[in-house]
Write a protein that binds this ligand. Structure first.
Ligand code: FES
Ligand code: FES
Length: 880
């Protein structure tokens, strides 16, 4: 007989065929060697995850487009979200949980040692595809590995290290190699394995959707039917009457602030009767139910009466005097930013060469592999939220305000985060889970479908940009003027700072000081724009770098020589007035790619700079608490790991300062009950800010240890390190304001083959001190590949404010078309700098790729493209 989970011993089975018992159909198949009997026809992924609780099977899209749900069916890798159980009679299903001990050891080792695991959400699916390949082909070629992984999307790694991991695993199986034990000491500069890599590879690391609490309900919001409409009435009575619907809440039920927001409070928790909607993702009512079926029925039964209104669908419409207001209580111009220095008008007028171009870049979606999910439960007289976000204190702040509770009554614990890239900085599911739990007094899970995720979380801003750049007859940059117009969509999110970074970095990492840059971000009724890896600089860098290539051509020097001549050097003044410090290593990144440029004059090149930290006078703290318990040091910080390897980085800082063996250093995932507030994982700031705070905490520990003599003597003691990065505000009257604590610099080179296909990308990065080179390479490779998509294939088309793309048509790069990426790490910081000289890498690795691609195509076919994704390339595709 089947047990509670549906398992049944093989011996007890009567037949392999579909059998009928008590009037019900049974389908029998095996899962990881055990026979199961399934009565209800359902998606295999649902059965595996919900009934058998096999958490290695991840639900990234539920539409057959991502590969996170991959399982072996009779030895063949298949997506379990497109398999129905009634078609599986007699089949053998294997998930990562069903691997042999030897296979688990080999795959866990190979993926960790190769640096193939970042957020980890794709990893078990990758392992399944790898096993499917290796079992049938013990000696796969690199091309065969690429082909085998082509149905598994990874948004973090750029595939290279995953492919290396698969090749290594195959070799270990082939040669029957013993899995090596032991680890490097772990000091700075050593490529130790990610501390959470094993758990992620084997599907044991817990993401929020893996949580199942006793008595847990599920909740989901009814969203607006129109991008802009007045809500005339909401009738929840029919929904409430449905069996299995626990409650239906509206804005009237919100006990505290009904409008929240990351920086600007403009985001309605739910749209109340009488108010207008701002985009199709606006929540109108929150249905809480016992089952998926009841939830869907309840949502369908909520009756909302609207008065549809003309939507505002572009900044061009939004800026018209006659345009309706997107928010009734504020202007459509959400943010204006201006950066002016020197005398740009005269500088440009008197220049030998001047170019002006208009550039257009689209909205793009983060497409992190884990859709948003949050669970909340009552804790004492407050709420405990389990969250996958980019800052647990931000989640606490907004949820506490919404609940009308003091912040300390709201506890937020971080789960594993299956990628963020800026898209998990805002409230999406957390506030609704918290509200539903607080009101219902039951644990509640809110999980987005992929379609909801794509509609609701803020996108990379679409921008229209007019750039004029000038130089003298020798190719020395003299001045520039830029106008940027951003579509910030329905809500401010981080649109103000994004526009500001786009403007502050628009002149590029060069030594000239006459700039006139203005940026405008307009509300529209489109999905919101917000933070996305590169934070606005990805957009403005594309414009400025493309202009520079035209200037180089007019001067008659190579794009490389033009950049080398103008590259900012230590002691020189950046276009924003800040003096470049002694760690500035842009020239070193150019030197690193010089051999390629000499060998291949058709290679495309671009440079970039990116700040570490919020800067421009905004209070910015990194914090870490080191606690001594049980003879070990426990590292607590709220700095979110969204796949970048925060825990490993902090562990290496502690190791560097204390020289304790790694097994004595225990990293804990963020929890407001344990960790000081280290701010968000944003602005490439955590390695520097929380890294420095951790160094300070570790130094305090060492001082105490010296006096106490042993860790045991410090039992129960805590050491809190804090670092505040002080900067000058934008518009400061100082001659040389410090806008940011540190800048990283980079040069990317893109090479095409004769057919115009990507052959190789080289990415040289100034990272200061490299904490973990393997991790850094992974960030660089992943960032480059993400931006190859931005350059060539990705788009997020909208029609009347509605996304037209599905996950499978976003244009994400797959392993089979991804070129080799060579990451080169340079840096000249000493270990006595802040955070031992480390700078951020998270964003800059995505910034210079698109203009380098643009130049490569210009040199290939002579067409100067000004729009992303670039048209008329072998990667161009029909609009979805
Ligand atoms: S969840 Fe099955 S392919 Fe994405
Ligand atoms: S590690 Fe592959 S999606 Fe994050």
């Amino acid at each position: 007989m089947p047990d509670a989970a549906g398992y049944e011993s093989t011996a007890s089975r009567l037949s392999l065929g579909v059998i009928v018992s008590r009037g019900k159909f049974h389908v029998t198949f095996t899962v990881n060697g055990k026979t199961v009997s399934v009565e209800k026809n359902q998606k295999l992924i649902v059965y595996l995850r919900d009934t058998l609780q096999l958490t290695s099977v991840k639900n990234g899209c539920s539409e057959g487009a991502c590969g996170t749900c991959m399982v072996l069916i009779d030895g063949k890798p298949m997506k379990s979200c497109v398999q129905k159980t009634d078609r599986l009679e007699g089949k053998q299903i294997v998930t990562v949980e069903g691997l042999s001990p030897r296979e688990r050891d080999v795959y866990a080792y190979a993926f960790a040692i190769s640096g193939a695991v970042q957020c980890g959400f794709c990893t078990p699916g990758m392992v399944v595809s790898a096993k499917g390949l290796i079992d049938g082909n013990p000696s796969p070629s690199p091309e065969e590995v690429k082909e085998a992984l082509k149905n598994n999307i990874c948004r973090c790694t750029g595939y290279k290290k995953i492919e290396e991991a698969v090749l290594l695993a195959a070799k270990m199986f082939r040669e029957n190699t013993e899995v090596p034990s032991g680890e490097l000491p772990g000091t700075l500069g050593e490529s130790i394995r990610r501390i959470e890599a094993n758990g992620k590879t084997l599907g044991e690391a817990q993401y929020t959707d893996d949580l199942h609490l006793d008595g847990m309900l599920i909740a989901s919001a009814v969203r607006s039917t129109y991008p802009r409409a007045r809500v005339l009435s909401i009738d929840t009575s029919a929904a409430k009457a449905i069996d299995g619907v626990f409650a239906v809440y509206t804005a009237d039920d919100v006990p505290g602030e009904k409008i929240i927001g990351h920086i600007v409070q403009d985001y309605d928790v739910m749209i109340p009767v009488g108010k207008i909607t701002h985009f199709l993702g606006d929540a109108i009512a929150l249905v809480v139910a016992e089952s998926d079926e009841a939830l869907e029925a309840g949502k369908a039964a909520v009756k909302v009466e609207y008065k549809p209104l003309e939507p505002v669908l572009s900044p061009e419409e939004s800026m018209q005097k006659s345009a309706p207001r997107v928010h009734e209580d504020r202007d459509n111009l959400m943010s204006f930013q201006s950066v002016k220095r020197g005398d740009p008008d005269n500088a440009i007028k008197n220049s030998a060469f001047i170019v002006t171009n208009h550039y257009s870049v689209p909205f793009t979606d983060h497409a992190f592999m884990e859709p948003e999910c949050s669970v909340a439960e009552i804790e004492g007289d407050g709420v405990h939220i389990y969250s996958a976000d980019q800052g647990i204190y931000q989640t606490r702040k907004e949820c506490a305000a919404m609940l009308g509770l003091p912040p300390e009554k709201v506890r937020v614990s971080a789960m594993m985060v299956g990628g963020g890239f800026g898209g998990k900085e805002d409230m999406s599911v957390q506030h609704h889970a918290a509200l539903a739990s607080y009101l219902s007094k039951r644990p509640v899970k809110v999980r987005f479908s992929r379609a909801e995720s794509m509609l609701i979380h803020p996108k990379r801003h679409a921008m229209e940009m007019e750039f004029t750049t000038a130089c003298d007859k020798d190719g020395n940059l003299t001045g520039m003027r830029a106008r940027l117009i951003a579509d910030t969509g329905a809500y401010a999110s981080l649109g103000g700072p994004v526009l500001q970074r786009a403007c502050t970095h628009a002149a590029g990492p060069y030594n000239y000081q006459n700039v006139d840059i203005e940026g405008y971000a307009y509300y529209t009724n489109n999905p919101p724009g917000g933070a996305f890896r590169g934070f606005g600089v990805t957009q403005s860098c594309f414009a400025t770098e493309c202009n520079i290539n035209q200037l180089a051509e007019l001067v008659g020097i190579s794009p490389f020589e033009f950049r080398y001549k103008n590259a900012i050097r230590p002691g020189q003044v950046l276009p924003n007035g800040q003096i470049a410090d002694e760690t500035t290593a842009l020239v070193e990144t150019l030197d690193a790619v010089r051999p390629i440029m000499e060998r291949n004059p058709k290679a495309g090149i671009a440079c970039a700079m990116k700040n570490s930290g919020l800067g421009v006078g905004v209070p910015d703290f990194g914090r870490c608490r080191i606690a001594v318990r049980g003879g070990k040091v426990h590292v607590h910080s709220s700095a979110a790991c969204i796949g970048q390897g925060m825990g490993t980085v902090l562990t290496q800082f502690v190791k560097e300062i204390t020289d304790l063996p790694l097994e004595k250093i225990v990293y804990h995932t963020p929890d407001t009950a344990e960790c000081p507030d280290a701010g968000n994982s944003t602005a490439s700031r955590q390695t520097l800010f929380t890294g420095e705070a951790t160094v300070r905490a570790a130094k305090q520990l060492m001082d105490a240890l010296e006096k106490a003599g042993s860790l045991e003597a410090l039992e129960g003691r805590s050491f809190i390190g804090e670092y505040e990065g002080r900067t000058d505000p934008l518009g400061s009257d100082k001659p040389h304001p410090v806008s940011h604590i540190a800048y990283g610099y980079a040069t990317h080179v893109v090479e095409l083959d004769d057919d115009g296909r990507l052959k190789n990308v080289t990415a040289a990065h100034d990272v200061g001190t490299a904490v973990n080179p393997l991790s850094l390479e992974g960030q660089i490779e992943g960032g480059v590949v993400m931006s190859l998509g931005y350059a060539l294939t990705e788009d997020f088309p909208l029609e009347n404010g509605k996304p037209k793309a599905r996950f499978g048509t976003l244009g994400l790069f797959k392993s089979s078309i991804t070129p080799n990426v060579d990451a080169i790490i340079v840096g000249k910081a000493g270990k006595d700098g802040l955070a031992c000289g480390a700078k951020g890498i998270g964003e800059i690795c995505s910034i210079p790729t698109p203009p380098a691609v643009q130049l490569a195509y210009y040199l290939h076919d002579g067409k100067f493209r000004t729009k992303l994704p670039l048209d008329d390339t072998p990667y161009s595709r029909k609009k979805s």
